[in-house]
Write a protein that binds this ligand. Structure first.
Ligand SMILES: Nc1nc2c(c(=O)[nH]1)N[C@H]1C(S)=C(S)[C@@H](COP(=O)(O)OP(=O)(O)OC[C@H]3O[C@@H](n4cnc5c(=O)[nH]c(N)nc54)[C@H](O)[C@@H]3O)O[C@H]1N2
Ligand SMILES: Nc1nc2c(c(=O)[nH]1)N[C@H]1C(S)=C(S)[C@@H](COP(=O)(O)OP(=O)(O)OC[C@H]3O[C@@H](n4cnc5c(=O)[nH]c(N)nc54)[C@H](O)[C@@H]3O)O[C@H]1N2
Ligand code: SF4
Ligand SMILES: [Mo]
Length: 740
C-alpha cells in the first residue's frame, strides 16, 4: 500500500470476471491513479479488456457510497456512523430472529461476491449463526441448472466439467459468447487467442447460437432457434449412438444407465427435430459425425442453454454427448476440477453442496447449494406464515434489477422489517434499503485465487489491498461479523464459541492460509517439500503456475456415486424428459422470442456509470431484430419499439440486423437505471427483466432457474422515440447531511 507522495506501482488482478487478468495499479497518496495490463502475468500476459481498465472510474467514482447511509421516511438518505448503524441493525435483526426465527432472515449475495474469497468463507458463518436463513444468489439466473446437472450426473453439485480448450480438436459452444463475455465456469485469459489456436492447429470451433455473435462470426455458426438446444442435443446423440459412432469402451467404463439414453434419443432423429431447432437435419448429422470422429472434442454450454425452459436437461445432454464420444475426463475433452484449495471437495463433504435438502416455502423448489430461486423473494416477503421473509441483506447484488419481474420485488421490499445493503452504489435495490453500508472494492481488499482453478494451467495468485479503503468502506466479511456481533448472534457473539474465535484471532486470511497448505498443492505444514504455502504465494506477486496442463483422470476422485460411475438415468432426468416441451407454448399474440445479450462494455447492471465505457453513440440500448420481422411489423432502423410479453412491456430502439434470425429478438440486460449512479440513470434504456414473470409456474422445475431466454414476445413500432431516463434518487454524495 502506498503512503508516500510518489506514485507507486502494484501488481494485482482484476476481479470483474472469470479470467482474473493481471493488472498493475498505480497509486499515489492513497488514491488510484490508473490501471494497466500486467505484462508479467503468466496467464494474461499483458492483456486485459476495457472493463478492467475502466475500473479506475469505479474506484474513484464520486457517486460511490463511502459512508454508512440510513434511509429516512421521506426516502432520502442521511449519513450515519458505523457504530450507530450497526447498533440499530443489530437490535432490529435480534428482534426479527427472536420473534420469528432465523428462517425469516434472508440474504441475497450477488455476482461480485463470487470474486471475494474472504466473503465466501464468512458467508458460512453468517448462515451458521442464523440457523436456516433464506439464501439467494444470481445462480438462479445463471448457473444453477448447470450445478443440478452436475449433481444428477456426478453426485457432486460443484463439479462442473470444463472444456480443455488448450488441447481440444473440436469445440462445440452452445449458448455462450466468449469473445465478449470471456468465458464462464472456466478460466481463460486471452480467450480469442486460445480459441484461434484450436483452428490454428487444424481443429474446429462451432458456435450454436440464435444470434450470429462476435464468436460465431469468428468461427463456424449453427443458427438454432431460441430454447431448442435440448432437441438439437437429442438429435446429435441420436446420430452418435444410432450410427455406431460412440466410444462404447468409455461408456462401459465411466457410466451407468446408458440404456435410458439410447431409448430417449431413439425418438429424436434430426429429421424430426429440425422444425423446432431450425437446424437442417443433414447439418446435424454432419456435426454429430465430425464431433465423434475428432481425435478429441468437447461440448461447452453456458448462459444461453442454462436459461431455457429445460436448462438442467440441456446441461445434462451436453455432458452425455461428451461422455459417449469418449471425451469426459481426458485431454482435449471435458475435465473435472481440482482446486488449490479443495473448495469443491470441502463443500461436498461438509454437506454444503446440497440439492433438495430443503424446499422453498413459496413454490416448494429444491435448494441448490443451500439457495432458493431469486424469483420467489418477492412472494416470500409478502406471503404470511412461519418463515415469512422479514429481514433481508443484499450483498454485492442488485436483485430488484437482475431477477425476473423487478417491479414485483421493488413493490415487496418496503414490507420488510429490516433491509440492509452492502454495496459500492445506491443501486435499484439498495435505494430501498433501510441502511446502505459502504463496501470495499476489489482493489481495497486482499485476496487469493482459491476459486476458478478450472484453467489451462492450474494457477494461484495472491494480492494485498493496493489502496486503503476510501472513505469509511469496510470489507464485507467484517460487516457480517460486526452485524452478527451487534445482534448477539452466532459464532462471533459473546459467549464461549465467540471467545474462542476471538482468542484464535480467526480471520478469513488465516483460514485461507491453512486451506492452501492442506490443499492438493499445499506443503502440508512442512510435510511436503516444495508444496505451497500462502507465504510462498504472496512472495510471487504475479502468481504461480502450478502445472503445464490441467489434470485428467479425476473421475474416480470426484464422482460421488457407486463405482464412481456417471449416472445417466437419474429419476429427475427421466421425469423431465418425459415432460419435454410442456412449457413451450405457442401463442399467436406473442410470436417472437426474446434472447439475452451481453455487451463488451457492460457488466450486468453495474458499470454504466463509467464515462469511458459509456462513450459513444453505440452505447445506447438497442433491441436486435431481423429485417424480415422488422419489415412485417413496420419497424425501422433506429426507430422506437414497444416489446410486450404476456407479463410486461418495455420500450427501446430497434437495430435491424440479420445477426438474429427471423422470429428472434436479442435485448441486452442491465440497463434502465434509477439509483444513485447519475451517468447510468442518464444512459436510459429499459430493464428487460420487466418482460419476465416471477411466478412459480414460470420457474424451471429442477433447478429453480428463471426463464430469461426464449420468452414469447410481440414487438410494435412506437410513434416516437422511447421515453428518456427514469426517475432517480440523489447521488450518494448528495445525501442530506445527518447526525454522524
Ligand atoms: N462484457 C461482459 N462480460 C461478462 C458479463 C457481462 O455482463 N459483460 N457477465 C459475466 C457473467 S455474470 C456471466 S454469467 C458470463 C456469461 O457468459 P456467456 O455464457 O458467454 O453469456 P452471454 O454472453 O450472455 O452469451 C449467451 C449466448 O447465448 C445465446 N443464446 C440465447 N438463447 C439461446 C438459446 O436458447 N440457445 C443457444 N444455443 N444460445 C442462446 C445468446 O445469443 C448469447 O450469445 O459472462 C461474464 N462476462
Ligand atoms: N435478462 C437478464 N438478466 C440477467 C442476466 C441475463 O443474461 N439476462 N444475467 C444474470 C447473471 S449471469 C448474473 S451473474 C446476474 C447479476 O445479478 P446481480 O449480482 O444481482 O447484480 P449485478 O448487476 O452484478 O450487481 C452487482 C452489485 O454489486 C456491487 N458491487 C460491485 N463490486 C462490489 C464489491 O466488491 N462489494 C460489494 N459489496 N458490492 C459490489 C455493484 O455496485 C452492484 O450494485 O444478472 C442476471 N440477470
Ligand atoms: S476480461 Fe476484463 S473484466 Fe474480465 S478479468 Fe479480464 S480485465 Fe477484468
Ligand atoms: Mo453471471
Amino acid at each position: 500500500m502506498s503512503d508516500s507522495s510518489r506514485a507507486t506501482q502494484h501488481p494485482t488482478f482484476c476481479r470483474l470476471c472469470e479470467p482474473l487478468c493481471g493488472l498493475i495499479a498505480t497509486v499515489q497518496d492513497g488514491r488510484l491513479l490508473g490501471l494497466a495490463p500486467d505484462p508479467d502475468h503468466p496467464l494474461s500476459r499483458g492483456q486485459v479488456c476495457p472493463k478492467g481498465l475502466a475500473f479506475t472510474e469505479v474506484q474513484n467514482d464520486e457517486d460511490r457510497v463511502l459512508h454508512p447511509l440510513r434511509r429516512r421516511p421521506d426516502g432520502a438518505f442521511e449519513r450515519v456512523s458505523w457504530d450507530r448503524a450497526l447498533a440499530d441493525i443489530g437490535s432490529r435483526l435480534a428482534d426479527v430472529v427472536a420473534g420469528h426465527g432465523g428462517s425469516s432472515v434472508g440474504m441475497y449475495v450477488g455476482n461480485p461476491a463470487g470474486f471475494n474469497s474472504e466473503l465466501a468463507l464468512w458467508l458460512g458463518a453468517f448462515r451458521g449463526a442464523l440457523g436456516v436463513p433464506q439464501i439467494y444468489t444470481p445462480g438462479s439466473q445463471d448457473s444453477n441448472s448447470r450445478m443440478v446437472a452436475n449433481r444428477l450426473l456426478y453426485g457432486a453439485l460443484t463439479q462442473t466439467p470444463f472444456p480443455d480448450l488448450w488441447r481440444t480438436d473440436f469445440l462445440l459452444v452452445l449458448g455462450a459468447n466468449p469473445l465478449v463475455s470471456h468465458m464462464s465456469l472456466v478460466r481463460v485469459p486471452r480467450v480469442r487467442e486460445v480459441l484461434k489456436d484450436i483452428t490454428g492447429r487444424g481443429g474446429r470451433v462451432v458456435v450454436v447460437d440464435p444470434r450470429r455473435t462476435e464468436t460465431a462470426r469468428a468461427f463456424e455458426h449453427v443458427a438454432v432457434r431460441p430454447d431448442a438446444d435440448v432437441w438439437l442435443l437429442l438429435s446429435l446423440l441420436h446420430v452418435v449412438l444410432g450410427e455406431g459412432l460412440a466410444d462404447e469402451a468409455a461408456i462401459a467404463e465411466q457410466s451407468s444407465g446408458i440404456a435410458f439414453v439410447r431409448r430417449a434419443v431413439a425418438d429424436h432423429p434430426p429429421e424430426r427435430t429440425e422444425e423446432r431447432t431450425g437446424v437442417h437435419a443433414e447439418q446435424v448429422r454432419r456435426l454429430a459425425r465430425d464431433f465423434a470422429a475428432a481425435p478429441s472434442a468437447v461440448a461447452y454450454g453456458r448462459l444461453g442453454v442454462c436459461l431455457g425452459r429445460h436448462g438442467t436437461l440441456a446441461n445434462y445432454l451436453i455432458d452425455v454427448l461428451n461422455l459417449v464420444t469418449g471425451n469426459l475426463d481426458r485431454a482435449g475433452g471435458a475435465l473435472f476440477v481440482r482446486g488449490v484449495v479443495p473448495m469443491e471437495d470441502l463443500a461436498e463433504r461438509s454437506g454444503q453442496a446440497s440439492y433438495g435438502a430443503a424446499r422453498s416455502r413459496v413454490g416448494g423448489f429444491p435448494d441448490v447449494l443451500g439457495t432458493f430461486p431469486a424469483a420467489v423473494i418477492a412472494d416470500e416477503i409478502v406471503t404470511p406464515g412461519t418463515g415469512q421473509l422479514r429481514a433481508l441483506f443484499t450483498l454485492a447484488g442488485n436483485p430488484a434489477h437482475s431477477t425476473p419481474d423487478p417491479d414485483r420485488l421493488t413493490a415487496a421490499l418496503p414490507a420488510l422489517d429490516l433491509h440492509v445493503a452492502v454495496d459500492l452504489y445506491l443501486n435499484e435495490t439498495s435505494r430501498y434499503a433501510d441502511y446502505v453500508l459502504p463496501a470495499t472494492t476489489f482493489l481495497e481488499r486482499e485476496d487469493i485465487t482459491v476459486m476458478l482453478a478450472n484453467a489451462g494451467q492450474p494457477f494461484v495468485q495472491a494480492t494485498p489491498a493496493v489502496v486503503a479503503p476510501y472513505g469509511e468502506a469496510r470489507p464485507e466479511w467484517r460487516v457480517l461479523d460486526d452485524v452478527l456481533r451487534a445482534a448477539g448472534l452466532g459464532p462471533f457473539a459473546p459467549g464461549r464459541a465467540g471467545r474462542l474465535v476471538g482468542r484464535l484471532g480467526l480471520t478469513p486470511r488465516r483460514v485461507l492460509d491453512a486451506l492452501v497448505r492442506i490443499g492438493p498443492y499445499g506443503d502440508r505444514f512442512g510435510l511436503r517439500r516444495g508444496g505451497l504455502s500462502a507465504r510462498r504465494v504472496r512472495s510471487a506477486p504475479h502468481g504461480i503456475v502450478l502445472a503445464d496442463a490441467p489434470p485428467t483422470g479425476l473421475r474416480t476422485e470426484v464422482v460421488r456415486l457407486p463405482g464412481h460411475r456417471v449416472r445417466l438415468d437419474a429419476p429427475e432426468i427421466v421425469a423431465e424428459l418425459a415432460r419435454l416441451g410442456d412449457r413451450h407454448e405457442s401463442d399467436p399474440a406473442y410470436p417472437l422470442r426474446l434472447i439475452p445479450l451481453r455487451e463488451m462494455r457492460s457488466l450486468n447492471s453495474w458499470l454504466h456509470n463509467s464515462p469511458t465505457l459509456m462513450r459513444g453513440e453505440a452505447r445506447r440500448h438497442r433491441a436486435r431484430i431481423n429485417p424480415v420481422d422488422a419489415a412485417a411489423l413496420g419497424v425501422e432502423e433506429g426507430a422506437g419499439v414497444r416489446i410486450r410479453s404476456r407479463h410486461g412491456e418495455i420500450e427501446t430502439v430497434a437495430r435491424v440486423t440479420d445477426e438474429v434470425g427471423p422470429g428472434t429478438v436479442a435485448v441486452p440486460h442491465g440497463w434502465g437505471h434509477a439509483g444513485g449512479w447519475r451517468r447510468a440513470n442518464a444512459a436510459g434504456g429499459p430493464n428487460v427483466n420487466r418482460l419476465v414473470a416471477a411466478e412459480v409456474g414460470e420457474v424451471e422445475r429442477l433447478a429453480g432457474m428463471a426463464h430469461l431466454s426464449g420468452v414469447p414476445i410481440a414487438v410494435e413500432p412506437l410513434a416516437a422515440q422511447p421515453a428518456g431516463s427514469v426517475e432517480a434518487v440523489g447521488a450518494a454524495n448528495e445525501v442530506s447531511a445527518g447526525p454522524a
